[in-house]
Design a protein around this ligand. Structure first.
Ligand code: SAH
Length: 228
């Protein structure tokens, strides 16, 4: 999979996508992440890519021209499955969206800044808009990093244990069961006996019941959704 990220702050991604699982995915060649500095695509001699909003009001708006330039250039190089704008009013990110995106070959993520991007970018260049939650960030970079992480860890070969992404929360509309590791007894706080029993069938059953219980407590809407 290839992910092209358009941003005025490429530095933000160094910490999040160059460590641990994300780093390994890139080293193994499973994902190719390309960061594009939007300022490289403007004719403005001060490399300015934003301007005041027509009609007045506080806050700058990212201009269409440099965004158009970089997206059109990328489109001549390969076919993109989706061109995604990270936006607080986009479709709310969930596991299903991450699963679907993980099946694609090439995607572009556009990070907004300030007041956002000129509306014509959204109308004419963007094929999908995704939000990571009902709150406002100062830029799309952290949202794009969150989306990339959620998608990349699903790509075959990224996680060592192939089944491990499948047993995560939300994959089957259930919350993951609690997990424990050594020591068995820490200051009299104990690991549930069943997990030490060695009876895999009983353990699986216990885990499944815990998942259902947790989902009912914490995310009842996931179970209700399946009743329809
Ligand atoms: N004025 C806009 C907010 C702009 S925030 C509005 O009220 O909708 C600046 C940029 O941060 C946006 O262009 C977007 O790319 C990014 N952003 C902010 N919150 C986000 C969220 N919850 N999910 C995804 N991107 C977000």
């Amino acid at each position: 999979m290839r992910i092209d990220i358009i941003t005025v702050l490429p530095e933000i991604f160094a910490g999040s996508l160059d460590q641990s699982i994300m780093k390994r995915a890139q080293q193994k060649g499973i994902v190719d992440i390309h960061l594009h500095q939007l300022r490289d695509y403007t004719a403005n001699k001060h490399r300015q890519v934003d301007d005041y909003a027509f009609g007045g009001g506080a806050g700058m708006v990212l201009q269409i021209e440099p965004i158009w330039n970089i997206i059109e250039k990328l489109k001549t190089e390969r076919l993109y499955d989706e061109i995604i704008y990270m936006s607080p009013d986009g479709e709310l990110l969930n596991q299903k969206i991450a699963n679907n995106l993980s099946l694609l070959n090439n995607i572009i993520l556009l990070c907004g800044h300030y007041k956002g991007v000129d509306e014509r970018v959204r109308q004419y260049l963007i094929t999908k808009e995704i939000s990571i939650g009902n709150y406002v960030l100062s830029g799309g970079e952290l949202a794009a990093a969150v989306l990339s992480d959620a998608v990349i860890r699903l790509l075959p070969g990224v996680l060592n244990d192939e089944t491990s992404a499948l047993s995560d929360s939300f994959q089957d509309d259930l919350i993951a069961p609690p997990v424990y590791t050594r020591p068995v007894d820490f200051k009299n706080m104990k690991v549930p006996e069943i997990l030490l029993s060695g009876h895999q069938k009983n353990i699986n059953e216990w885990r499944h019941n815990q998942s259902i219980e947790r989902t009912l407590q914490r995310r009842p809407e996931l179970i209700k959704k399946n009743d329809n």
